[in-house]
Unconditional design. Structure first.
Length: 149
């Protein structure tokens, strides 16, 4: 009886039309007449490359993409000597898609991470670069979800 139920569920679930949420089905929507970038160049480049956004000057569309990426490191606490004990890194991205002057999609994405200081400044710098990369990757996933909804 359990075998029949499993087979029935397999057949039923395979035909339900389920698609992965990160599957991009319409690549034409990712072409823009103009891509406007401001802020952190490294984060903007990673977003454009990861999401395969393209600027097509010869297309009829007037769709424009605006990305404003910022990466900030805050000192969140200090000890009695005034030395930094902990930090918070934050990536904030303003994402806007316009068609002519009409806003089609707009959202502000924000990811942050708190961590303790390192004694070695080189290790701290490497760690902060990894955090910047990881926070950007999380925002890229959020942008994919935002575009597909």
């Amino acid at each position: 009886m359990k075998k029949i139920l499993k087979i029935f569920l397999l057949i039923f679930l395979s035909g339900c039309g389920h698609q992965p949420i990160f599957l991009q089905t319409n690549l034409e929507d990712l072409q823009f007449a103009k891509i406007n970038l401001s802020g952190d160049k490294e984060i903007n480049k990673k977003i454009i490359d990861s999401l395969n956004f393209k600027e097509q000057k010869n297309i009829d569309k007037t769709k424009e993409l605006f990305l404003d990426a910022n990466y900030v490191i805050y000192e969140t606490s200090k000890d009695s000597k005034g030395l930094v004990v902990s930090y918070r890194s934050e990536v904030v991205i303003d994402f806007i898609i316009k068609n002519k002057d009409k806003v089609i999609k707009q959202k502000k994405f924000n990811q942050s991470y708190e961590y303790n200081n390192f004694e070695n400044s080189f290790t701290l710098s490497q760690f902060q670069n990894k955090i910047k990369n990881n926070l950007t990757n999380k925002i890229i996933e959020e942008i994919i979800l935002h575009i597909n909804t």
